[in-house]
Design a protein around this ligand. Structure first.
Ligand SMILES: N[C@@H](CCC(=O)N[C@@H](CS)C(=O)NCC(=O)O)C(=O)O
Length: 211
């Protein structure tokens, strides 16, 4: 039984990834809804990013570090990292590409300006979106090709790679541009439909203010 606390907003795809890991392990946790950049979150992450965790005396930030800790510290079933070294390298390759080219464009280039700006009373930044779309398309096309029609991103089981990418696709699909981009990509669409049936994904669906 963990004594784990997450610091981060449930609207954040990275916070959702951590929550999915804990749901998969059937571990209870508390969540403090701290916003990125808030004074509270700057106590938890040196850059004020979300999420961070505390587990007894342990304090961790950066989603990948947190997820590897949860996977290795808690229930061995399900295991969220492949045992096979080549598959494990493949998983980290997908996560690294997602961080560099996936989230970095989908988040600040589309989801924040189209979905979150209006929630914060800011105007939609159409220029920012227009500039990001070609890079988002390039990343999604690579992810689609690498799936090769497989059910999971890597190997025969769900892994951290799936848990990282699915929350961003969820947010992206809430924008008209994201829906259109995904509709052209058969492998990624089928994979995402499969992810929407995963219990930890369903259990962590964020609630949008006013919805
Ligand atoms: N490298 C960080 C990225 C986390 C991240 O970018 N979180 C976003 C919210 S989804 C955030 O805190 N953004 C605020 C910022 O970049 O200053 C991780 O893996 O945890």
């Amino acid at each position: 039984m963990s004594d784990l606390t997450i610091y981060g907003t449930t609207l954040s795809p990275f916070t959702r990834t951590v929550r999915m890991c804990l749901e998969e392990k059937e571990e209870a946790y508390r969540i403090y809804e701290y916003l990125p950049g808030s004074d509270e979150q700057k106590q938890e992450h040196p850059l004020g990013k979300v999420p961070a965790i505390r587990d007894a005396d342990l304090h961790l930030y950066e989603t990948l570090a947190i997820c590897v800790y949860i996977d290795e510290e808690y229930a061995s079933d399900p295991q969220l990292q492949p045992r096979d070294s080549v598959e494990k390298a493949d998983m980290f390759q997908r996560i690294s590409l997602y961080m560099d080219e996936g989230y970095s464009n989908i988040g600040p280039g589309l989801v924040i300006p189209r979905l979150f700006n209006p929630l914060m009373g800011k105007p939609v930044d159409e220029d920012r979106i227009k500039r990001a779309l070609p890079r988002i398309k390039r990343y999604l096309t690579i992810a689609d090709k690498e799936l090769r029609g497989q059910r999971w991103m890597v190997g025969e089981e769900m892994s951290l790679a799936d848990l990282f990418v699915a929350p961003a696709i969820y947010l992206m699909k809430r924008t008209p541009e994201g829906q259109e981009l995904l509709s052209d990509l058969e492998n990624l669409s089928a994979w995402y439909t499969n992810m929407t049936n995963v219990e930890s994904f369903r259990e962590t669906e964020p609630k949008f203010p006013g919805k």
